[in-house]
Design a protein around this ligand. Structure first.
Ligand SMILES: [Zn+2]
Length: 650
């Protein structure tokens, strides 16, 4: 059992304590005589020191996101920042690198596959930070990396702090939900204020029938942080190019990708180009449909659909063709029923039991579970923290709180994971009724949970979700597929009054509506992925706006609005997804193919569930992800399942 009752004072003193414990372990590693150096006292010892450090800091950091006490949250946030910087220092330390590098060059023992991989990955982490070059290069790379961190933080901070908005009359709100209108602020003249924040922006672009107002808001939205963030981005791209050059990579994308499934930028371009070819036709057809509706509605004849129009007309298209009332749909998804249905499906499939048990927790609303395997061994702890409250994390996510790993005494550290979300809470009259999107989110996050709780990884370094960035979303996307299955939808739906499951007709519509505009949706994703790759493979300076404009028209087929600078708020490429945006599509192709394999053998078939755990989930990052994929599928990856899933092939 794990303890979440940690005070702000305890957290404040934790930095000194955990760092000094870690440093003691490092000292021991450094002191080993050259002739005595081996895997256990060097590489494994370093991994264990890191794992112990993570173990002592993970729950305190988690409290920054979920604690009900603002003092604890503040102390934990500060702690997270400080320890984050300390981690940068660890992987730029020459003393540690030198002993590990020295060991790797004089190995006198046979290492198994996983140990060998651990050594490679650790060396690679140092290498990426410049520790393979000469003294001058090391110094230069470290400087550039630190500068880059500053630029990335500033870029993100600028986005969070934008306060742009437009002011509109009531007539511009036609088509918008009454709850949306109710919570809008007004200025002194009684006009409504629509900000560029997502909860304002997206519903407005989806539903307002005022074309001018949508255009005005889109221009504001896509000029967020202009010009300062364009400067910052271009500076960052330049620095990234320098780092790649200093470390002898062809370009920055190749520097990032060496360690990923994709391996290099050529492979990514090839992947994206193939998808573009597959998607173009469907996208064009959808675009034509939307233009037809737009011309009809606005009584014009224009061959271009604009960036402030596609969301709105895609929405109308869906309403006209599928007539799904998503508000009514939630009545079929009472939270309790969905959760028990989900547990029912997956406990059979994975051959485990989820038992609700009172465990220490951080808030009385939190539900706590123990997970048992078929031999009745306790294998994991699992927590649900489902409803919004003040100061809590604002999105939905799975937190791996404790990583599974082999301990020194030979026992296995029991992993713990939590889903933290902000689902619609119950009221005095109604139970919590989930939106369909929330049901999908629940399954998605539960997919990350499966990665965490079924891990059998020897090392924390490879445990659970510690896999390559372009593989990490696979288990979560895999489970999303279950939601769109007819039998599963019946199992997890029950009208909160009549207790009826969803009817065949509505189920069919839900599945069809999902793909109604999938062509355009995925072309847009492709555009972002291409843009990111082009930005990070250019050989010399360039104008980020020009490239944006050119690629958007070519790939998404909808032109960039004049005088906008959307790249100034493209947070992904300044926040960990640089040369990585393709990962979303990459892992979706894999997860679709996996699901095809599940379907072939029955998505309730425990034999397949067992194989999936054995070949994929239990491994984490300890086996090459490409190999896991082949081991599970028994063949190479194919794009067919993905194309079928998004409605491209029968
Ligand atoms: Zn995810």
């Amino acid at each position: 059992m794990y303890n979440f009752d940690i005070s702000a004072d305890e957290i404040k003193s934790l930095y000194e304590k955990s760092v000094s414990e870690f440093e003691d372990k490092i000292k021991k590693i450094l002191f080993v005589k050259k002739e005595d150096r081996n895997f256990n006292n060097t590489v494994k010892a370093f991994e264990n020191a890191l794992a112990d450090l993570h173990y002592s800091i993970n729950i305190p950091i988690f409290l920054a996101y979920v604690s009900t006490d603002s003092n604890v949250r503040n102390a934990a946030t500060e702690f997270e920042l400080k320890i984050g910087k300390y981690f940068v220092d660890i992987f730029t330390r020459e003393d540690i690198f030198n002993v590990i590098d020295d060991y790797s060059k004089n190995i006198k023992e046979d290492l198994d596959e996983v140990d060998k991989r651990l050594l490679d990955k650790i060396i690679y982490a140092f290498k990426k930070n410049g520790l393979y070059g000469d003294k001058k290069t090391r110094k230069k790379v470290k400087e550039l990396l630190k500068k880059l961190v500053e630029l990335e933080i500033e870029f993100g901070k600028n986005i969070r702090e934008t306060r742009d908005y437009i002011e509109v009359d009531e007539k511009s709100l036609k088509g918008l939900d009454e709850n949306y209108i109710k919570r809008l602020r007004k200025n002194e003249n009684g006009k409504y204020i629509i900000t560029t924040d997502y909860p304002d922006y997206i519903p407005f672009m989806d539903n307002s029938n005022d074309d001018e107002a949508r255009k005005a808001l889109e221009i504001k939205f896509n000029n967020r942080c202009y010009p300062k963030n364009v400067e910052i981005l271009e500076e960052a791209i330049k620095i990234r190019r320098k780092i790649a050059k200093l470390l002898n990579y062809k370009n920055f994308a190749d520097y990032v990708l060496e360690d990923r499934m994709a391996k290099n930028s050529d492979k990514v371009f090839e992947f994206l180009s193939k998808l573009f070819k597959d998607l173009k036709k469907k996208g064009k057809k959808e675009l034509k449909e939307l233009i037809k509706i737009r011309n009809r509605e606005m009584n014009i004849d224009d061959k271009t659909l604009y960036n402030w129009q596609w969301r709105y007309y895609a929405n109308i298209y869906k309403k006209e063709n599928f007539s799904i009332d998503y508000e009514k749909l939630r009545e079929y998804f009472p939270l309790e029923f969905v959760i028990s249905g989900m547990f029912d499906v997956f406990s059979k499939f994975f051959g485990v039991r989820f038992i609700e048990k009172p465990l220490p927790k951080w808030h009385y609303d939190v539900r706590t579970y123990e997970v048992y395997d078929s031999n009745n061994n306790l294998i994991a702890y699992f927590y649900f923290d489902l409803f919004p409250r003040e100061g809590k994390y604002k999105h939905a996510a799975c937190f791996g709180i404790v990583k599974g790993r082999e301990l020194k005494d030979g026992t296995y550290q029991i992993p713990a994971a939590a889903i933290v979300s902000n689902f619609t809470p119950p009221t005095s009259n109604n139970p919590s009724l989930l939106k369909f999107d929330e049901v999908v989110t629940l399954f998605h996050e539960f997919g990350h949970v499966t990665h965490n709780i079924f891990t059998k990884s020897k090392y924390a370094f490879f445990s659970g979700t510690s896999v390559s960035r372009d593989f990490v979303e696979v288990p979560s996307q895999v489970l999303e597929n279950w939601v769109y299955d007819k039998d599963v939808l019946k199992k997890i739906s029950s009208h909160y009054i009549t207790k009826e499951p969803l009817g065949e007709d509505i189920i069919r519509k839900i599945i069809e509506a999902k793909n109604a505009t999938s062509g355009l949706f995925y072309l847009r994703q492709l555009f972002f992925a291409f843009l990111d790759m082009v930005y990070h493979t250019k050989k010399s300076s360039f104008d980020t706006t020009e490239i944006y404009k050119k690629l958007m028209k070519k790939i998404f087929m909808i032109p960039m609005t004049e005088h906008t600078h959307p790249q100034a708020s493209f947070g992904h490429i300044m926040g960990g997804y640089e040369a990585g945006y393709y990962s979303y599509l990459w892992s979706e192709v894999i997860s679709s193919d996996f699901f095809e394999e599940f379907k072939k053998n029955g998505i309730f078939n425990p034999e397949v569930g067992k194989r999936y755990i054995e070949k994929v989930l239990s491994k984490g990052g300890s086996i090459d992800e490409e190999k896991q994929l082949r081991d599970f599928l028994g063949r190479d990856l194919s794009h067919e399942a993905f194309l079928k899933r998004i409605g491209l092939k029968g």
